[in-house]
Design a protein around this ligand. Structure first.
Ligand code: NI
Length: 396
């Protein structure tokens, strides 16, 4: 696409985006409670003359630039929710809401998407189609993307782009990888049922604690013996609860944990093996056990053609492209990619802490270039789609 008015080069424009990000940062809201955040986004969009689309979402909103009913449609997505964490960043604009914090940088994503929206609005007449702007709620609960899809907001969209800040990448870099980037993130809850007794009379019991201990150990063999050395998976047992006293063998133990995988075949196989191991170990100790799955998003899996488009757009935006290793955190952007081809990228923000840390920060100098990059991505994708230079539309 052409250069249009280079609003993204303005110092005032950069300052405005930083001010927006700081306001969002100071007033974080948790998943599905993003009412004030949604109102603020709506106001900023309306001030810029950007139309809001009437999709039924309780929080979050959908807007659009360009198009007016003709030409292809591509989507840009930012998540808008915060985390139940007490902020310890010490920033002057730290969270004013006790126990809530933008500790994953979704404030930055929201501000970047607003910046992209403003930049696209400035060159609206040049756009070869429409850019749908998805301000998504509840990413941290991995339910927001499904709400957006259920609202119909993805209908007619040929490709979707999303971003996440990346603390370990320097400002001015973008991490792009085709194929699997972030993991399918399932939760599990295991319940072991035995028979309790006096702790001094273990032969009268079927001890769920001994069973649980063996289950934890045996589960690690699923990773080492049932997953190919060339694939990867994580099983972490993160909570065990049983018993009420030092001198009583309890009758029940419960365990929670998570499974992370990048490949659906591995995911299916590990889930089956986990259930078999839990059942088998429990039986060996005379107890019974059940597994309940908390189904998470599938793996973020980037479209090869869009990844190439993303690399080209990065060059045009003056960003350096790096290929990040896959990351075992989950991201509900994956649900969009089951509907249409998608690209999820990492923008370098030179943070001092990892995501979800109470002292999480990022370098705000990354904000304006990230906004400009999103606008470039959308504009380039529209150009390619309108010119029939891509097979993306055929696959969406
Ligand atoms: Ni996040």
């Amino acid at each position: 696409m052409g250069k249009g008015k280079r609003v993204e080069g303005d110092r005032a424009w950069e300052d405005r985006l930083i001010a927006i990000r700081r306001q969002l940062h100071q007033y974080p809201e948790l998943s599905n409670e993003e009412y004030a955040t949604t109102q603020a986004i709506r106001r900023w969009l309306e001030e810029a003359g950007i139309r809001i689309l009437p999709y039924a979402l309780r929080t979050g909103l959908i807007a659009e630039v360009g198009g007016r009913g003709s030409g292809p449609v591509v989507a840009l997505r930012a998540d808008i929710d915060a985390l139940p964490i007490q902020e310890e960043s010490g920033l002057p604009y730290a969270s004013a809401h006790p126990g809530k914090m933008h500790a994953c940088g979704h404030d930055y994503h929201t501000a970047a998407l607003l910046g992209a929206a403003f930049a696209l609005k400035e060159r609206e007449a040049e756009l070869a189609g429409a850019v749908r702007l998805i301000f998504q709620p509840a990413e941290e609960k991995a339910t927001g993307a499904q709400q957006v899809i259920a609202s119909g907001a993805l209908v007619g969209v040929s490709a979707i782009f999303g971003l996440h800040n990346k603390p370990d990448l320097p400002v001015g870099t973008v991490g792009i990888k085709s194929g699997p980037l972030m993991a399918a993130a399932d939760g599990f809850a295991i319940e072991v049922d035995g028979i309790g007794s006096h702790a001094a009379v273990p032969d009268a019991a079927l001890d769920p604690i001994v069973t649980a201990a063996h289950i934890v150990t045996a589960l690690q063999s699923v990773i080492s013996r049932n997953v190919s050395p060339l694939d990867s998976a994580v099983i972490s047992v993160t909570r065990i609860h049983s018993g009420t006293s030092w001198n009583v063998i309890p009758d029940k133990a419960v365990m929670d944990g998570t499974l992370r995988t990048f490949d659906e075949r591995v995911r299916t196989r590990v889930r089956r093996r986990l259930e078999e191991v839990v059942g088998g170990v429990a039986a060996a100790y005379g107890t019974t056990a059940s597994v309940r799955w908390i189904q998470g998003p599938p793996a973020v899996h980037n479209d090869t053609e869009l990844a190439e488009l993303g690399r080209e757009a990065a060059k045009r935006s003056g960003l350096e492209v790096v290929e990040p290793p896959p990351y075992t955190a989950g991201e509900d952007f994956a649900y969009y990619q089951r509907e249409v081809p998608g690209l999820f990228v990492f923008l370098g923000t030179a943070g001092t802490q990892e995501w979800h840390h109470p002292a999480f920060t990022l370098d705000e100098r990354a904000l304006a270039p990230s906004a400009a990059y999103l606008a470039q991505l959308a504009g380039d994708a529209l150009d390619q789609l309108a010119a029939g230079q891509t097979s993306i539309a055929a696959r969406s």
